[in-house]
Every structure is written in structure tokens, then in C-alpha cells.
Design a protein around this ligand. Structure first.
Ligand SMILES: [Zn+2]
Length: 348
């Protein structure tokens, strides 16, 4: 049996795609359609499971304008996760796909992130509705950076969509677009009841919070960092691939480097409660959006007698205990204390 047939058998609507589906879309993009586009893009020989190369270039890979535009927007948003952008006629607008083992693609595609988009939709949005385009892309990246198809796959679909709406609105705010067109767009696409989406009011509330939290947080660091007087310490690790440094530099945060005892990636932060906690939160959100998986934020131990300090560091074995914090969980945190994904920071 070929891989292709296997996958169709597995499909049966069990695995939901994560795209942003407009209410009007009658036939929403299925995960299967998206995976078929990934296969086509790489010219996968589905029977043999092998990649066909032409020299160093994978057949079918082209850097069109939309790809460049997506990458430009993502870089302005300081999103540094590893992802591939490709066009897909089966997509109604844009979708995020995190390929897993279950998807029956060759192993080299497992755990890879894709943004797929409809070329016509993209071009028309780019010309007529930049804010809407940023929202949709921010929403889709939100699914990826919040690990909705991997570590946090058991979250309910409506909750994932709320988190993605937060991220989309954050993107719109971060790139300096107005709130009202976004509000109108959300009212349009979220007002038809659907089992996949929370009620409009909830979506608007999350989007509003995302927009406000991110508005003015210019990723280029044009605004004064606001971290003056706070000692920020980072323990560099090769496993971080330079992402933490990039985020700190983009936010114009002066920092010191410590010597790390671990070789695995940074996974948490500490704070002291004599500083404005929003600074800790903003940095945690920026790191998470950039693809750093933060599992905990903790108040520095009293016996260390430290003050005015933020650290970005690693702790052993956290993956066994918690899930990575989502952008939204972090955005609900309001004081320097012990935070993990076990604490419902967004509960009233
Ligand atoms: Zn979505």
C-alpha cells in the first residue's frame, strides 16, 4: 500500500486542520489537502517516500513574492521558528501545518512547520487589506508558536483558535495597524456559530488583549527598551541557535551573559518582584513568539538575595512535568511568582 493510500485511509476527518476559516468558506481546507500540497511542493515520490532533488534545489521550490512577504512579516514580528512557506490551491486563505508522524510523510518531514496559502487570496489581500493579511498570518503563526499540533495538541479547538486570534491581533498591533478594521474583520468571520470557534465576544476580548499588549512593542526596537535599571542575565546555549540574543537585541535590552551548566535549550525565566512585571511578561512573550519554549517563570529564590533582575535560563527535566507556556498564558500573568502551564493564569 502506498503512503498516499495509507494517509487517505487515516484521514476520515479525524485530524483537523488548524487554518483560519472564514465563515463563508463552504468547503474548508482539510489537513489532507494541505499535506497533499506539501507533497506536491517537494515532489515527493509517495510510493517510495523519497525526495527528488535537482542538484541542491528541491524540485518545485520557488521563492515567489508571497513567500518573501510572509518571511518579511514574520521577521518584523520576531518569529524565528523554522518554517516553510508554500502556495496551495486547496487553501481558502492560509493555514499552519505542523507535520507529525501520523501524517505518513517521510521521516524528514516530521516535526516540521509549514505555512500554506492560496496565491490568489494572498495577492488580493496584499493589495487591498494588509491588516487582514497580517492578522491571518499572525493567527497561523500563533498555532505554530503555541505548539497546537505538538506539545499542546490536547487543548480544545476553540481554545486553540482563541490563542491564535490573540496572536493575530498581536501581530496587527505590533505592525502598527489600526484596531477598528481588525474588529470589523473579526466580527465578520467569527459571528457565525461554529463548534471550532469560541463565541464572537470571547474572540474579540482575546484579540483586544493581544492588540493592546503588542501595540507599540515595535520589534525593531525603535522605542526605548524600558529595561534600564533591570539586570538581565542570559545563559547562552548553542541549542538556542542565537534566537534569545536576537530577541534581546531587537528589544534593545542590555544584558549580561552567565555560564550555563546545561547544553539543552533555555526553558524558563526568573524575576524579582521589585521590578515592573510587565517587562518580564513582554520579554517572555517575545521569546515565545520567536520560538523559544518557556516552561516556567519563577520568582528568584530568596536565599540568593538578588534584586532588579531577570534571567533567561534552563532547568533540568521540565519537559516531563509541564507543557510549554503559550503566548496567551504568559500574557495573563501579572506578578512575579511561580508560573507554569499547571497554573491557569487566565482564570479570573
Ligand atoms: Zn486557526
Amino acid at each position: 500500500m502506498t503512503l498516499f493510500v495509507n494517509r487517505i485511509v487515516l484521514a476520515s476527518g479525524l485530524v483537523a486542520g488548524l487554518g483560519l476559516f472564514t465563515a463563508e468558506a463552504s468547503a474548508s481546507t482539510s489537513r489532507e489537502d494541505g499535506l497533499a500540497c506539501i507533497e506536491k511542493f517537494y515532489n515527493l515520490d509517495v510510493a517510495g517516500g523519497a525526495l527528488e532533488h535537482e542538484g541542491d534545489v528541491l524540485v518545485g521550490v520557488g521563492e515567489g513574492d508571497p513567500q518573501k512577504e510572509v518571511k518579511l512579516i514574520a521577521s518584523k514580528l520576531s518569529i524565528f521558528i523554522d518554517y516553510t512557506v508554500l502556495d496551495c490551491d486547496a487553501s481558502d486563505n492560509a493555514n499552519a501545518i505542523h507535520v507529525t508522524q501520523k501524517d505518513q510523510l517521510p521521516q524528514e518531514y516530521w516535526d516540521r512547520d509549514f505555512i500554506i496559502y492560496n496565491k490568489e487570496w494572498f495577492k488580493s489581500k496584499l493589495q487591498t487589506d494588509r491588516s487582514g493579511l497580517i492578522f491571518v498570518l499572525g493567527h497561523e503563526f500563533g498555532h505554530l508558536v503555541n505548539n497546537h499540533d505538538s506539545f499542546r495538541k490536547n487543548l480544545s479547538r476553540p481554545q486553540k483558535e482563541l490563542e491564535a486570534d490573540y496572536s493575530g491581533a498581536c501581530a496587527v498591533g505590533q505592525l502598527g495597524e489600526d484596531w477598528h478594521p481588525l474588529e470589523a474583520l473579526l466580527t465578520d468571520i467569527r459571528s457565525v456559530p461554529s463548534p471550532n470557534y469560541a463565541p464572537l465576544e470571547e474572540s474579540l476580548a482575546w484579540a483586544r488583549r493581544g492588540y493592546e499588549n503588542c501595540h507599540g512593542n515595535d520589534a525593531t526596537g525603535a522605542i526605548a527598551s524600558g529595561y534600564e535599571g533591570i539586570r538581565v542575565v542570559y545563559f547562552p546555549k548553542e541549542a538556542d541557535s542565537g534566537v534569545v540574543e536576537t530577541v534581546l537585541k531587537n528589544k534593545s535590552v542590555q544584558y549580561e551573559e552567565g555560564a550555563s551548566a546545561f547544553e539543552f535549550a533555555s526553558n524558563g525565566m526568573t524575576c524579582t518582584n521589585d521590578i515592573d512585571f510587565t517587562k518580564v511578561r513582554d520579554l517572555a512573550v517575545a521569546l515565545t513568539q520567536a520560538g523559544v519554549k518557556l516552561y516556567w517563570i519563577n520568582k528568584a529564590l530568596n536565599e540568593l538575595h538578588v534584586d532588579h533582575r531577570i534571567t533567561i535560563e534552563a532547568e533540568d527535566g521540565v519537559q516531563d512535568r509541564w507543557l510549554p507556556l503559550s503566548v496567551e498564558q504568559i500574557s495573563c500573568m501579572n506578578s512575579c511568582r511561580w508560573w507554569t502551564s499547571e497554573v491557569d493564569a487566565c482564570a479570573n
